[in-house]
Each structure stands twice: as structure tokens, then as C-alpha cells.
Design a protein around this ligand. Structure first.
Ligand SMILES: Cc1cc2nc3c(=O)[nH]c(=O)nc-3n(C[C@H](O)[C@H](O)[C@H](O)COP(=O)(O)OP(=O)(O)OC[C@H]3O[C@@H](n4cnc5c(N)ncnc54)[C@H](O)[C@@H]3O)c2cc1C
Length: 375
């Protein structure tokens, strides 16, 4: 079972091997087998998984620096770490013994699970349009999903669908279905602006028969299953934003020391130093927000609002930091030779993953209003 490699070795892997693999990843839009094997060897897929399932069992707070380090490299690397160290949680919490048997396979990179919520035709939560109708021991699923990360290579899909027409909190049910389910359409041609190689796809199913044994959690527990995953995942994502923002700052600082105009490196100019200080303050604030949410999560306290707060602040933070870093790089930063070009595109994915700014604002505002007594 062993223990995790050192944080420095881990960071080095993402800044060298994952970085070197990036041109191939961008061209093929897949995870090269060799990269998947190396990531598994580095323990990327089992950092937080409980020891009884072959993981290292790291606590959330111990794990955060590792994910932050992974996020300094190309988006594909942090996505591998972020998703695998999150998706085991709903399976572990709500799954039956057969479903939990997938976890050790995930730990070694032999099995991949995708989380499928977003729809073109529906909103989120109670507004989902996918339907699940039960006849005896079989469910019939009809609907669609899109933007599903790793759908090009996932062996299993968590799918959330409405199991009744009431549109209530308990009207959704979750399923964990195998890729080869007859009637399951997977069209992995949905290519994204950045985060190359992360395999997004459209999913379709029309009266697709799913045995009841593939249900994840109780009937009507689908929203709870989704939120259980999403709350944690928002902390993880917020932490990933800190890592990528740190890389954007590091690139800006390095560039500002080597780029000379009017006989002086640009890092000696007050305007450039102001940009550097602004980025540093933003990243530090973001890191502390994540640490607070991660601690509440680890202590088993309610952290829904703190996770959404971190996601809300950090998605704006990474927008500001990558804008400033690009400005510091001048026109060279806008070319494909400059790492900031890729960082800038990868960073925009964070605006949507695990919910937009507007959705985080709704969650945070609801929390503040609920805890404040009426006047
Ligand atoms: C890189 C990437 C990876 C992703 N991976 C996954 C994945 O693995 N699984 C998955 O299920 N999804 C995934 N998604 C989808 C992502 O979760 C959604 O794109 C996101 O939640 C927004 O939903 P939407 O695209 O339907 O936006 P829409 O709902 O169409 O929103 C459009 C705009 O309207 C606003 N809006 C919508 N509803 C409201 C409202 N009620 N009040 C106020 N404003 C509103 C939104 O904030 C946004 O500005 C991924 C997306 C990206 C970009």
C-alpha cells in the first residue's frame, strides 16, 4: 500500500513529465497510456482514498498541497488528481459492496468513473430533465447529459435523473452504470477551449434499461448524492485554482526578471510590482479560504456555504491573476510559446466546473439570509 511520495517529487512530476506530455495530449485529446501508468505509479489516484480500499488515506488538509502542486501543471494533470480523489466519496458513502469494489481499481488507474449531471435541455438539481421510470427491478432512463469529464474513457458513469414528476428535493435518483450498458450513447467529440485531453462528451439514453442493482443510494436520494459530491468537489476545485494561479504568478515573475526595456528589467518598474503584489495578495487570500473550508470538511461540519464562498472568490481570483500575468508577459504571452497562453485557457474552465459564479452567489446569499434573523 505504501505512502505518498514527497510533495516535491509530486510537483516535479506535473511540472516535467505531465508538461512534456502536453503537446501530445493537445494533439490527440486523450490521456496517453504511459501518462496514466506514471500517474498511477506516483499514487495520484489514491491519495485520499481510505486505506481499506488500497489508498493512502490522506486527510483533506494534508492532501490540499498535493492537489495545489498538481494544478501548477497542465489542466489534464490536476483533472486526473481532482476527479479521482473526489469521485470515490459518493460511491463509498452511498454505494453497495459491489459498487465499492470499483474503488481499489480506481486507486491503480484501472477504472475511471465520470460524474454526469449537466444537461443541455435542463437546469441543475430539481430542474433536471432526465427521467428514470421503474418497472419491477428495472429502471428505464431517458434523457441526455453533456460536458461530462472523462466520458471518453470512463468505465462507469454516475447519472442523476428524476424518478418522479413532483420536482421535489427527493424526486431525483442516482445510478452508477457501466459504459457498455446497451442503448447508452457516448459521443466524445465535445472539445473544450483549454483542459485538453480531459475527454468531454455528450451522453444520450432513450428507455435505456438499468437494473436496480446499479442504483446509487436510495430512491429519491439523487440530489443528496450529487450535493455530497459537489460540496467536497468545490473545495477541491478552489484549491486547484490556487495552484494554477500560483503558476501564473511564477511565470509572470520569471518573465519580468528576464525582460528588459529601456535598460532595466521590467520587474524594477512600479507598475509591474503593483501587478505582482496584487496577484500575491489575491492568491494568499484564496489559499486561506480553501484551508478554512477544507478544515470544516475534515471536521465533519457543515461546509456547504464555505465551499461555495471559496469557489466564488477563487473563480474571480483566477480570472484577475491570469489577466494580470498575461499583461505582464506583453504580446509574447499571447503566443503558444508562452506557458501563460495555456494557463489562461485552462483557467477559464474553472468558471463553470462545479457551478457558475451565479450559482455560487445563490448558495452564499441563501446561507447569509438564512442565518440572519428577520428584522
Ligand atoms: C471543463 C468543464 C468540465 C465539466 N465537467 C462536468 C462533469 O464532469 N459533469 C457534469 O455534470 N458537468 C460538468 N461540466 C458542466 C458544468 O458543471 C456546467 O457547465 C455548469 O454547472 C453551468 O451549467 P450550464 O453549462 O448548463 O450553464 P447554464 O445553466 O446554461 O447557464 C448559463 C448562464 O445562466 C446563468 N444561470 C443559469 N441558471 C441560473 C439561475 N437559476 N439563476 C441565475 N443565473 C443562472 C449561469 O450562471 C450562466 O451564467 C463541466 C463544465 C466544464 C466547462
Amino acid at each position: 500500500m505504501g505512502k505518498a511520495v514527497s510533495l516535491e517529487e509530486f510537483r516535479e512530476f506535473f511540472l516535467t513529465e505531465v508538461e512534456d506530455a502536453y503537446p501530445e495530449v493537445a494533439e490527440t485529446e486523450t490521456v496517453p497510456d504511459r501518462l496514466n501508468s506514471r500517474a498511477a505509479e506516483m499514487g495520484c489516484y489514491k491519495l485520499t482514498l481510505p486505506k481499506e480500499y488500497g489508498g493512502y488515506g490522506m486527510s483533506v488538509t494534508d492532501y490540499m498541497p498535493y492537489l495545489e502542486a498538481a494544478a501548477e501543471g497542465p489542466g489534464i494533470g490536476r483533472m486526473l488528481v481532482h476527479t479521482t480523489n473526489g469521485i470515490w466519496r459518493p460511491i463509498h458513502h452511498y454505494g453497495n459492496a459491489e459498487q465499492k469494489a470499483i474503488l481499489p481499481l480506481m486507486a491503480e488507474g484501472h477504472s475511471v468513473v465520470a460524474f454526469s449531471l449537466t444537461e443541455m435541455t435542463g437546469g441543475t438539481g430539481r430542474d433536471l430533465k432526465s427521467k428514470a421510470c421503474r418497472e419491477g427491478e428495472t429502471w428505464y432512463l431517458t434523457g441526455e447529459k453533456h460536458l461530462i469529464t472523462w466520458a471518453d474513457r470512463a468505465d462507469w458513469f454516475i447519472i442523476v435523473a428524476a424518478s418522479d414528476d413532483r420536482g421535489a428535493q427527493d424526486s431525483l435518483t442516482a445510478f452508477l452504470i457501466p459504459r457498455d450498458t446497451p442503448g447508452f450513447g457516448i459521443d466524445a467529440t465535445q472539445h473544450t477551449m483549454g483542459l485538453h485531453g480531459t475527454g468531454h462528451a455528450f451522453l444520450t439514453y432513450d428507455q435505456m434499461a438499468v437494473p436496480d442493482k446499479y442504483r446509487l443510494g436510495e430512491v429519491g436520494q439523487g440530489l443528496e448524492v450529487a450535493l455530497f459530491f459537489l460540496d467536497y468537489s468545490r473545495v477541491s476545485l478552489s484549491n486547484s485554482m490556487v495552484g494554477l494561479a500560483q503558476r501564473a504568478l511564477d511565470e509572470a515573475v520569471r518573465f519580468s526578471k528576464r525582460r528588459t526595456t529601456f535598460g532595466k528589467p521590467i520587474c524594477t518598474r512600479a507598475q509591474i510590482q503593483t501587478h505582482i503584489a496584487t496577484m500575491q495578495a489575491d492568491i494568499e487570500a484564496a489559499r486561506h479560504l480553501v484551508a478554512h473550508a477544507a478544515l470544516l470538511c475534515e471536521q465533519g461540519k457543515d461546509f456547504t456555504a464555505q465551499a461555495a464562498t471559496a469557489k466564488l472568490f477563487n473563480l474571480n481570483m483566477i480570472g484577475r491573476v491570469t489577466d494580470l500575468s498575461l499583461k505582464v508577459h506583453g504580446g509574447w504571452g499571447y503566443t503558444r510559446e508562452a506557458p501563460i497562453e495555456r494557463i489562461y485557457r485552462d483557467a477559464r474552465g474553472f468558471w463553470f466546473e462545479e457551478g457558475t459564479q451565479e450559482i455560487q452567489q445563490l448558495v452564499v446569499a441563501r446561507y447569509v439570509l438564512d442565518k440572519t434573523p428577520d428584522a
